[in-house]
Design a binder for this molecule. Structure first.
Ligand code: ADP
Ligand code: 5GP
Length: 184
């Protein structure tokens, strides 16, 4: 399970991780947020209406869920049914706490930025949200960063290559083997 504030680079890190470890699969979350340009239904997210999300919640279909910056996000239990082993969850803090309770044996990693300023720069550079949304996400980020001490594994995503290597070393311990493509 990978957590950390929006814009810290979780998605970027995970993409590289999935290339190095073919055993891993990214959990497709459900959300009520609008798709961004280029995002595909069922691939990037299961995009649901509020009513659909609520119905599935009432049916007990979620392992965890949270309201984040005005939208609902959640992990469907069906994602774990497909293959719990090697499943990567990329989720915000409240959901991560729920997963920590439900699956204490899962590898849990908190990704943090070198500074709040760096985080702001990355959110702006990504260009996916309005100024207002970015301000909202930075607000949440401050609270999330204050919870760093809750996590056993904390990685600073400063130089991307270093953060990828640290994450890969942690993941490799799951299978007690070296990541592919790490020949030196
Ligand atoms: P998250 O999934 O945590 O919201 P993203 O992976 O979308 O974050 O990254 C947010 C932005 O920051 C992207 O534009 C990405 O290219 C950039 N980024 C990611 N890691 C780094 C890094 N180590 N240094 C500089 N920019 C980065
Ligand atoms: P975004 O809108 O940028 O895709 O995601 C916003 C935040 O929601 C990110 O911090 C992301 O990690 C988190 N998120 C994505 N999917 C889930 C999920 O299934 N559950 C929870 N709790 N958070 C999620």
């Amino acid at each position: 399970m990978i957590t950390g504030p929006s814009g810290v680079g979780k998605g970027t890190l995970i993409r590289t991780l999935l290339e190095r470890f073919p055993q891993l699969r990214l959990s497709v979350s459900a959300t009520t947020r609008e798709p961004r340009p280029g995002e595909t239904q069922g691939v990037d997210y299961h995009f649901l209406t509020r009513a659909e999300f609520e119905k599935r919640l009432q049916n007990g279909e979620f392992l965890e869920h949270a309201e984040y910056a005005g939208n609902q996000y959640g992990t469907l239990r069906s994602e774990l049914d497909r293959a719990a082993e090697g499943l990567v969850l990329e989720i915000e803090l409240q959901g991560a706490r729920q997963v920590r309770q439900a699956l204490p044996e899962a590898l849990q990693v908190f990704i943090k930025p070198p500074s709040l300023d760096a985080l702001r720069t990355r959110l702006i550079a990504r260009g996916a949200e309005s100024e207002e949304q970015i301000a909202r996400r930075l607000d949440v980020a401050e609270r999330e960063l204050a919870a760093e001490h809750e996590w056993k594994h904390v990685i600073v995503n400063d130089r991307l290559e270093d953060a990828v290597d640290q994450l890969a070393s942690l993941v490799a311990t799951l299978w007690d083997e070296q990541p592919r493509g790490d020949s030196q």
